[in-house]
Design a protein around this ligand. Structure first.
Ligand SMILES: Nc1ncnc2c1ncn2[C@@H]1O[C@H](COP(=O)(O)OP(=O)(O)OP(=O)(O)O)[C@@H](O)[C@H]1O
Length: 290
């Protein structure tokens, strides 16, 4: 072992860093599947897809962690109605928020005293925070870690690709060409940094009129599926536009609980069926739903 040279000793620092990286690896080894939910364009519904897929997986009895790495614009705690700061365990690890029996949630918003304060960080700090979101959190054993990223191919998805190279991407888009152009960038990003792509989800793919029940393709439909086909990627399904999803996101009461059996909730189930099938997962033997 190298001898310590006192204050700011580089060999101590190196050992400290190595042990931190070991803790990070240990934590990741206790999580079976890591899904990074990303998109080329903002506002296409990434956080909603991350939240609803995480909820549906938890409802099926899988143990799920939901990690919001949208550090500048976190929305997951609000969507789930989670308030208050995260607690600390006796061994100084941070406890995630619990949502029901099977879902645990971590977001920068739950670590800030003032929810509305702006996070002004450059890439290296964000990289460190994302590492801490895994290493310093008491996640325990998980079947899934669902990671909600900000839009684009910037610091956060790049950090995830570096820290969790085994993560698999779920790319969210809306059906119109302006969004699809950015999706192709996300796909090329994943290919460049070596992230496996699980598939594409098309969101806001038409509206069922609440008055006549007719189908209105507000942003067109089918663009996500066509892009998936053109780029040789799996298509995981389409979610319709549903005004109740906006209301549910604002009120912190997800629609899956409030309104089972509507077209949006059914479509979420189909997407999760596809994810589970693609990962060739057996249903969990713990029969506890969320
Ligand atoms: N299928 C849908 N039907 C109706 N509203 C939706 C649907 N999906 C998302 N929304 C709404 O659209 C808005 C943006 O969704 P969301 O925050 O999930 O997008 P995002 O891609 O994560 O945004 P950002 O790029 O800002 O991170 C929210 O108000 C949300 O409730």
């Amino acid at each position: 072992m190298e001898k310590c040279e006192g204050k700011s000793c580089s060999s101590c620092e190196k050992r400290h860093q190595e042990s931190k990286d070991e803790i990070l690896r240990c934590k990741l080894d206790r999580i079976k599947y890591k899904l990074i939910v990303m998109s080329g364009k903002g506002g296409v519904g990434k956080s909603s897809v991350a939240v609803y897929c995480a909820l549906e997986l938890a409802n099926r009895g899988y143990r799920v962690g939901l990690m919001d790495v949208d550090l500048h614009g976190p929305s997951v705690p609000r969507m789930l109605g989670l308030q208050g700061l995260l607690g600390v365990t006796p061994n100084q690890e941070i406890m995630p928020h619990r949502y029901g029996r099977n879902l645990q949630v971590v977001s920068i918003e739950s670590l800030l005293q003032d929810r509305d304060s702006a996070v002004i960080w450059r890439g290296p700090i964000k990289h460190g925070v994302i590492k801490q979101f895994i290493a310093d959190i008491e996640w325990g054993d998980l079947d899934f870690l669902v990671i909600d990223c900000p839009p684009g191919t910037g610091d956060e998805p790049l950090s995830i690709a570096h820290i969790i190279p085994e993560a698999q991407a779920v790319i969210v888009t809306t059906p119109q060409e302006v969004a699809l152009a950015d999706v192709r960038k996300s796909i090329n990003f994943c290919r460049k940094v070596g992230l496996n792509i699980l598939g594409i989800v098309e969101n806001m793919a038409g509206l069922y009129c609440p008055h006549c029940g007719g189908f209105v393709p507000i942003f067109k439909t089918g663009g996500g599926e066509k892009t998936a086909k053109d780029m040789g990627i799996a298509f995981l399904g389409s979610l319709p536009f549903n005004p109740a999803v906006v209301e549910a996101g604002d009120s912190g009461k997800p629609i899956l609980e409030k309104n089972p059996g509507d077209p949006f909730s059914d479509a979420v189930k189909t997407v999760v069926d596809e994810i589970v099938a693609r990962l060739q997962l057996v249903p969990p033997c713990r029969m506890a739903t969320n």
